[in-house]
Design a protein around this ligand. Structure first.
Ligand code: SAM
Length: 297
């Protein structure tokens, strides 16, 4: 979107129309350098307060806003300026064209994780099978895959019980709770015995090196759960346990797909090869960065 003209001092003040408030807020976010998407953030927050979609905000841009919603909006924009992710402030995030409830119990689903979903779907036939999503978070990956493969049954695991409660709420809201079972525990360990062998294991595990903590955006560092992000000094602490464990649980010819950090491609392939996987490869995201490690048992 082209940059809008700065509001002049005599424009600052009532009447506060939707348009003026959005311009002011986007400029405020830009000045404070809190986000790469100042106008989008302003739209999402005001849309949430006024219960309007973005197109409605534009269609009704000349309407003035009452004091009460304006005060509610002001409180939200302050929290945004303090680094809280928009998805937590408005309580939802869209992923694979579905809306997921989001809060501090789980990582906000990222657009790049859709590459993991795409890569997984390419390897899944339409015929029935069993898939486990390790570290399911909001349940976004499991639900996205369930939406595309109605014949498959899916299990999601997570180490955090509170995270699973959020995932369960999402699955119920999206009506996947009859096809996706959630289990609490470490990696694949909670998957029931009678649910093995597994055809596909997919995971977006924590993979950020501890040493990169200060380089991670403040909103991520201060607001999203540590357990969902960081994994030892090289970021591989969870992945190096998951790869050999998945090999044990997978059916012959089964697939393992793991989202990785963009500098972890080589190390991930080594782990896959060591565990005995074949057809190992790395899939890049839309910025041509290493994103998903793939292997077949
Ligand atoms: C990067 S988040 C991914 C969440 C979600 N799958 C997504 O893509 O948006 C990683 C998730 O793995 C969970 N987790 C971390 N260590 C785990 C472990 N050892 N076993 C199972 N889940 C784990 C975290 O609680 C978190 O929900």
């Amino acid at each position: 979107m082209p940059r809008e003209k700065e509001l002049s001092p005599d424009e600052l003040g009532p009447p506060w129309t939707i348009r003026k408030l959005l311009r002011w807020t986007a400029q405020y976010f830009e000045r404070k350098d809190v986000t790469d998407t100042p106008r989008l953030d302003a739209d999402l927050l005001l849309g949430d307060v006024l219960e309007m979609e973005r197109v409605e905000l534009y269609a009704r841009s000349k309407e003035t806003i009452d004091d009460e919603p304006r005060a509610e909006f002001r409180a939200l924009l302050q929290r945004r300026a303090d680094g809280e992710p928009v998805a937590y402030l408005i309580g939802r995030k869209s992923f694979w064209q579905m809306e997921f409830q989001t809060d501090e119990r789980a990582l906000v689903p990222r657009p790049e994780t859709e590459v993991l979903v795409e890569a997984t779907l390419e390897l899944m036939p339409e015929t029935p099978g069993r898939l486990v999503d390790v570290g399911t978070g909001t349940g976004a990956v499991a639900a996205a895959i369930a939406s595309e493969r109605p014949e498959w049954t899916i299990v999601g695991t997570d180490i955090e019980t509170e995270t699973l409660a959020l995932a369960q709420a999402n699955l119920e809201e999206l009506e996947f709770d009859d096809r996706i079972e959630l289990y609490h525990g470490d990696l694949l360990e909670p998957v029931p015995d009678d649910w093995q062998p597994i055809d596909v294991v997919v995971s977006n595990p924590p993979y950020v090196p501890e040493g990169d903590r200060s380089a991670v955006d403040i909103e991520v560092r201060h607001h999203e759960p540590d357990d969902a992000l960081f994994a030892g000094s090289d970021g591989l602490a969870v992945i190096e346990r998951l790869v050999p464990e998945a090999f044990e649980y997978l059916d012959d010819d089964g697939w393992l797909l793991i989202e990785i950090g963009h500098q972890q491609g080589e190390a991930a392939l080594e782990l896959f090869d060591e565990a005995g996987f074949s057809e190992t490869r790395i899939r890049q995201d839309y910025s041509d960065r290493d994103r998903v490690a793939i292997g077949r048992k």
